[in-house]
Design a protein around this ligand. Structure first.
Ligand SMILES: N[C@@H](CCC(=O)N[C@@H](CS)C(=O)NCC(=O)O)C(=O)O
Length: 241
């Protein structure tokens, strides 16, 4: 089956967590809006969000079409792919634990967004710069360290001692932790450089995922959209330490 991913074509955004899982598992997929013209991209992404004849419609992108299934919410898509393609444990406890980690990453992802859009997504960054600076200061000094402390402990406490988040094998949650750290390093290079030595296990996951053959090939390909100022992780000098 060829999966169809619906996501904004010019950014990594939340869609990137799904792209990484699809790429890691070597799955056949179409990044649908990237196959259309720029003019058609928006209507393509909104196709199943707005069409009249959809019963279980997603609220927002990313969403995945898997045959007759239409799956929204990043963590939910990964829950599905994890079960279908051995990207997570198959037993209930392991499956839920991996999902829990992914939901925790999603929480931080929302906070990343709010550093550059603390007031409203519908406003330009330039219209909320002062609030963004206050928000980013707290994000860098409190929130990022708190989340990274958590993931560092999870990695250190994994009874398998594998260096992965869950049991003995890499899962989609490790791919997502890689993306989270890569994005934070792009957006907040100074703050992240200052934190690196405190979180060796997290950085090791980042480096290990980056070196996985299928991920390394993807990152070097044109399929990997570069980080940019339209996406989730944005670099503004004044928001970094
Ligand atoms: N919780 C959802 C959030 C999805 C989401 O916010 N998608 C963004 C793009 S990354 C969007 O299109 N949002 C439209 C909106 O919130 O109105 C997920 O993790 O997939």
């Amino acid at each position: 089956m060829r999966y169809e991913l619906y996501y904004w074509p010019g950014i990594q955004g939340r869609g990137e967590f799904v792209r990484l899982a699809l790429e890691y598992a070597g799955l056949d997929y179409l990044d649908v809006a990237r196959t259309t013209s720029a003019d058609e991209a928006m209507s393509t992404v909104l196709r199943y969000i707005e069409a009249d004849d959809v019963v279980r419609r997603p609220f927002a992108a990313p969403y995945l079409k898997a045959g007759d299934l239409l799956i929204g919410q990043t963590a939910n898509i990964l829950l599905y792919l994890g079960a279908q393609h051995q990207l997570a444990p198959t037993d209930e406890a392991g499956r839920l634990w991996t999902h829990q980690l992914q939901l925790t990453i999603a929480d931080l992802v929302s906070e990343v967004h709010d550093t550059h859009h603390p007031i409203a997504s519908s406003l330009y960054y330039e219209d909320q710069r002062a609030e963004a600076q206050r928000r980013a200061q707290d994000f860098r000094s409190q929130r990022v360290p708190k989340f990274l402390r958590y993931f560092e402990r999870v990695l250190a406490d994994n009874p398998a001692g594998s260096g992965w988040l869950v049991e003995a094998k890499g899962t989609y949650a490790d791919l997502s932790l890689f993306q989270l750290i890569a994005g934070l390093r792009y957006a907040f290079p100074n703050a992240m450089a200052a934190l690196q030595s405190q979180f060796p296990h997290c950085w090791a996951v980042h480096d290990r995922v980056r070196a996985l053959p299928s991920i390394a090939a993807y990152l070097a390909s044109e399929r990997r959209v570069p980080f940019n100022r339209n996406g989730l992780f944005r670099h503004y000098q004044e928001l970094d330490a």
